[in-house]
Design a binder for this molecule. Structure first.
Ligand SMILES: *[C@@H]1O[C@H](CO)[C@@H](O)[C@H](O)[C@H]1NC(C)=O
Ligand SMILES: *[C@@H]1O[C@H](CO)[C@@H](O)[C@H](O)[C@H]1NC(C)=O
Ligand SMILES: *[C@@H]1O[C@H](CO)[C@@H](O)[C@H](O)[C@H]1NC(C)=O
Ligand SMILES: *[C@@H]1O[C@H](CO)[C@@H](O)[C@H](O)[C@H]1NC(C)=O
Ligand SMILES: *[C@@H]1O[C@H](CO)[C@@H](O)[C@H](O)[C@H]1NC(C)=O
Ligand SMILES: *[C@@H]1O[C@H](CO)[C@@H](O)[C@H](O)[C@H]1NC(C)=O
Ligand SMILES: *[C@@H]1O[C@H](CO)[C@@H](O)[C@H](O)[C@H]1NC(C)=O
Ligand SMILES: *[C@@H]1O[C@H](CO)[C@@H](O)[C@H](O)[C@H]1NC(C)=O
Length: 620
């Protein structure tokens, strides 16, 4: 038995990849950033991260989308219609819903079926609505099944409604049971008999579950907690395409996204729906702070998706807007925009190190702030090969796994700093573009390994590549898609959980094993991150890893993610079937301080030594 085992080890040893990691000669980086980009793509904001449960809460409209009654249904024959009143709730919310009973008795009103339903749990909900018209009595707010009508919770609100005046009503309630599915609705009813006017007008009808950190107008707790698992340290917002807008009248205008919700008009989103502006600039900044993320602020640069380009001599208002925006973030509370921030509840300035400018090239002429790094939205690979120092580039790539692997050395000799502002394995090897019909619906394991190879290539150059960001598509399914999705993003999760603050040079080549090695100066741990892509004959790859300065019998935790036979296997958020296997083992270095282990074909692994150096064990 023993002999057989030794025999096996001997064969393994013969073909092992020997990696010796030096103790010096690398780059102190302060830590490569793993983070994400957020914008309201496919309801990742409204109906996604933003916790508002009511769809079309304020009947907003824009050049792209007229006001509608989408999401609203009548109760007991009440007639629902849109009205643009002479005295609207606000200039921004100029259309409201008129509710006219057709009977003189009983409860009448309306319900809303939310964004694909309303999640109902035993937890405290906070809601509000504005009403105009003379009504004496109570309003009833409730949540119920859209299938059986079973009521899960309700509350009564005494009317303070008045003729010719908009009056806000606020309420809270806690349902008495969890609904069995999310196919539920939120309703408001009133007694037809108590109505003194012919009808009532409603607007800004809102309902929130508890939000992350209890922020008013905040984010969905479950989605934020899923995002938190990625240990994100860098956050780029608000896009992306949403920043640019469909045209130069519907770009993401931060000034209409702050302050009371009544003053936010919403805008023509670029993802085929009207957006509310509910998830506004202040909310984004608060969210970044709550997750401890540094921000990359993307400012509009006069280029929109339809090709509208603002001529240079007309750019000044946009430049002024961007400077105001920067002041809003980090100006003292007695500056003009710092004061606005303070009035919204955040007197303390936020930190801002990175500002990304859309495709317009006003970089060279922009006022320089010594502590802000300006990022051009192009990279040296997009022809931006003369980004003035200390500016940085932004490289985006949506590609196939083989390309990540072929590009492994891409940033090794690029002097200009870059962020990898968006990246994803979107199609299989040999596929093309977005529209070829082979776009993978869910991130797949082979793609994830390709991305891991890319992340390793970036982190190796962490002195110049500041970080890599995935597109957080977080809609009603509460999955995290796009770059990574559901759970195939485990590669990134794993790598982000082991921050390296100083890269260290190693003496071995790459292919089929790709790796980065380094140290975390805070914990004194040595770290090795690796991915295997297409090993010879698909065999396991034996590795002998030695860190200069790590002695015999040092413990290390080795985490290996491996996939299914089929590289297109996915962790399926719909069926809950996960194909990616995680194994965690503690291994110890041998007499020579060497860690020996094998990694399978198509795998991603991290080895981290446990804490400080151990005392040298007695030799045997
Ligand atoms: C450190 O940075 C230099 C210059 O950017 C680079 O040439 C070198 O490869 C880096 N060293 C490591 C170990 O990454
Ligand atoms: C709720 O039920 C109505 C029919 O009464 C249906 O039209 C609507 O699609 C349902 N909402 C959801 C979210 O399924
Ligand atoms: C919700 O239930 C209604 C029937 O009341 C049905 O029409 C609708 O398709 C269901 N929606 C979902 C998302 O299951
Ligand atoms: C917006 O785009 C239109 C059409 O391209 C152009 O005529 C106009 O000058 C642009 N306005 C601004 C402010 O850039
Ligand atoms: C890796 O193997 C897959 C499957 O056989 C193949 O499609 C792909 O082209 C290979 N890539 C490389 C870089 O060897
Ligand atoms: C991945 O799957 C595991 C096990 O099902 C789960 O606990 C974890 O929350 C998932 N992570 C993400 C980011 O979805
Ligand atoms: C590596 O594994 C993948 C997935 O099982 C497979 O497609 C590929 O052919 C393997 N590579 C080799 C060289 O066997
Ligand atoms: C330790 O290194 C020595 C000298 O290189 C070598 O002969 C020996 O086999 C190594 N021991 C182990 C356990 O690998």
């Amino acid at each position: 038995m023993k002999r057989v085992l030794l025999g096996l080890l001997a064969t393994t040893a013969a073909s092992a990849i020997d990696i010796g990691v030096s103790s010096k000669g690398g780059n102190v980086t302060g830590g490569f950033h793993y983070g994400f980009l957020h914008e309201d793509i496919d309801n990742s904001g409204d109906g996604g991260l933003y916790a508002e449960l009511i769809r079309n809460r304020a009947f907003q409209s824009s050049e792209g989308y007229p006001s509608s009654l989408d999401g609203w249904y009548s109760i007991n024959g009440a007639k629902l219609s849109l009205k643009a009143l002479d005295e609207p709730l606000s200039k921004a919310l100029s259309t409201s819903m008129n509710v006219a009973p057709t009977s003189t008795g009983g409860q009448v009103g309306f319900f809303n079926d939310g964004y694909w339903g309303v999640d109902v749990k035993v937890q405290k909900y906070s809601g509000s609505f504005w009403v105009r018209g003379d009504y004496r009595g109570v309003f009833t707010a409730s949540v119920q099944s859209n299938i059986t009508g079973e009521q899960f919770g309700s509350t009564k609100i005494k009317s303070r409604a008045q003729a010719n005046e908009w009056v806000q009503h606020e309420f809270t309630f806690t349902p008495h049971k969890n609904a069995p599915s999310s196919n539920n609705t939120f309703a408001i009813t009133f007694e037809a008999a108590g109505l003194k006017s012919a009808s009532l007008d409603f607007n800004l009808i809102s309902l929130f579950p508890p939000t992350f950190k209890g922020r008013k107008n905040g984010m969905r707790t479950d989605i934020v907690e899923a995002l938190e698992q990625f240990h994100p340290t860098l956050f780029r917002f608000p896009g992306g395409n949403m920043l640019e807008g469909r045209t130069n009248t519907s770009y993401w205008d931060w000034k209409i996204s702050i302050g009371p919700l009544e003053d936010r008009p919403g805008f023509s989103g670029v993802w085929n729906y009207q957006q509310t502006n509910g998830l506004g600039f202040f909310e984004y900044l608060q969210f970044a702070e709550d997750l401890g993320m540094e921000i990359i602020l993307a400012v509009y640069a006069g280029l929109s998706l339809n090709g509208d380009v603002t001529p240079k001599d007309q750019l000044q208002p946009f430049i002024d807007d961007a400077l105001d925006q920067i002041e809003f973030i980090r100006g003292p509370p007695d500056s003009k925009w710092g004061a606005v921030r303070a009035s919204l509840g955040h007197p303390q300035p936020w930190k801002l190190e990175y500002v990304e400018v859309g495709n317009e090239d006003w970089l060279a002429g922009a006022p320089e702030d010594p502590d802000i790094r300006v990022i051009s939205s192009g990279s040296v690979y997009d022809g931006y090969d003369s980004i003035p120092s200390p500016g940085a580039g932004d490289y985006h790539l949506y590609t196939e796994p083989d390309t990540w692997v072929a590009d492994f050395g891409k940033f090794d000799n690029v002097e200009t700093p870059h962020i990898i502002g968006e990246m994803a394995s979107t199609f299989p090897n040999g596929g093309t573009g977005w529209d070829s019909g082979v776009l993978r619906p869910l991130p797949w394991w082979g793609g994830a390994v390709g991305e891991a190879v890319a992340l390793i290539s970036y982190e190796r150059n962490a002195d110049r590549v500041l970080g890599a960001l995935f597109m957080a598509m977080v809609n009603h399914y509460a999955t995290i898609c796009g770059r990574s999705g559901s759970n195939d993003s485990l590669d990134e999760l794993l790598m982000a959980a082991h921050p390296i603050t100083e890269t260290l040079p190693a003496n071995s080549d790459f292919d089929p094993l790709y790796y980065v090695a380094g140290k975390n100066d805070k914990t004194d741990a040595h770290i090795f991150k690796a991915a295997v892509y297409n090993s010879t004959d698909g065999a396991d790859v034996p590795v002998k890893l030695t860190f200069d300065g790590v002695v015999a019998d040092t413990a290390a935790e080795l985490t290996v993610l491996s996939g299914p036979e089929d590289p297109y296997g996915v962790n399926d958020p719909f069926t809950g079937v996960n194909v990616v296997k995680t194994t965690k083992t503690t291994i110890r270095s041998d007499r020579n301080g060497t860690f020996s282990f094998s990694l399978p074909n198509l795998s991603v692994a991290v080895l981290e030594t446990k804490g400080k150096r151990k005392a040298v064990r007695q030799q045997w």
